[in-house]
Design a protein around this ligand. Structure first.
Ligand SMILES: NC(=O)c1ccc[n+]([C@@H]2O[C@H](COP(=O)([O-])OP(=O)(O)OC[C@H]3O[C@@H](n4cnc5c(N)ncnc54)[C@H](O)[C@@H]3O)[C@@H](O)[C@H]2O)c1
Length: 262
């Protein structure tokens, strides 16, 4: 089915690699005008160059989503390059494997800062721009299956992702009248660098004894029989960025191959 993403100005945070990169490449292939935003400027530039090399349109921006001035600059760079902001994917996030009783105040603040505060700031600054434009818009947050169930030893990560679901619902209620749709995606076990870090954390904490064991254990019961690739999130992203989802808001869609059935 053809999408109507041609010419839509879309920011994807955390798109220097992983799920964000896959989402951004997919949207660019449909003709959207991308802002590849990441704290890793080198990765963001490589992704943007790759999109341009295949005929797509993309700029790269360094952003730290926890810093409001940095986020404002990302929105301003988008409007300067593409003339407007239609959609933002608040996808940047970090994870940490730590047994429940070992999580420190510093761990909690670090994870909450990026996954909670970072999403809040990006939502606020993007929505202000969309309201100023007066034509509505779409906000898509990356939550997780860990935003639907609390996982040990990822308690603080899970709490941050429940927070993303809550921000999604609250903003949907706040901005429906301005025709701003706010939804979230909840991926499952996705083979990215983040899962390599989570898997290493299990091993370092003595919870598993070999590389990839946690990844395999978590993936074992997936109904569709395999863990997720980042590209598995492209279909739902395209749907949530396009007019096909115009009558949907406040929802957090689980796209996990069948792990959490809600
Ligand atoms: N991998 C999974 O299994 C999985 C499952 C569910 C949800 N998620 C969520 O999906 C999103 C993407 O995860 P991924 O697996 O692609 O991870 P990843 O670590 O491969 O990529 C995350 C990207 O975010 C960027 N980033 C981190 N902190 C940032 C900051 N302060 N400002 C700007 N950019 C920042 C990183 O540089 C990196 O490029 C995250 O929100 C993650 O929590 C991942």
């Amino acid at each position: 089915m053809p999408s109507d993403l041609e010419g839509r100005a879309i920011v994807v945070t955390g798109s220097g690699r992983g799920i964000g990169e896959a989402i951004a490449r997919g949207l660019a292939a449909d003709g959207a005008l991308l802002t590849i935003a990441d704290i890793d400027e080198g990765n963001a530039s490589t992704v943007a160059e790759g999109i341009r090399a295949t005929g797509g349109k993309a700029i790269a921006v360094r952003v730290d989503v926890t810093n409001r001035d940095s986020v404002k600059a990302m929105i301003a760079a988008t409007v300067k390059a593409h003339g407007k902001l239609d959609v933002i994917f608040n996808n940047a996030g970090i994870a940490q494997t730590k047994p429940f009783l070992a999580i420190t105040e510093q761990d909690w603040r670090r994870v909450m800062d990026t996954n909670g505060l970072g999403v809040l700031i990006c939502m606020q600054e993007a929505i202000k721009q969309m309201i100023a434009q007066g034509r509505g818009g779409k906000v898509v947050n990356t939550a997780s299956i860990a935003g639907k169930q609390g996982y040990e030893p990822l308690a603080h990560y899970s709490a941050s992702k429940f927070g993303v679901v809550a921000l999604t619902q609250a903003a949907a209620r706040a901005f429906g009248a301005q025709k701003i749709n706010v939804n979230a995606i909840c991926p499952g076990v996705v083979a990215t660098d983040m899962w390599k870090l989570i898997d290493k954390g299990f091993k370092d904490e003595g919870l598993t004894s070999r590389d990839n064991e946690a990844f395999e254990t978590f993936s074992a019961g997936i109904l569709l029989g395999r863990p997720s690739a980042a590209d598995d999130l492209c279909g739902v992203s395209r749907f949530l960025a396009s007019s096909a989802s115009d009558y949907m808001t406040g929802q957090s869609l689980v796209v996990d191959g069948g792990m959490v059935l809600v």
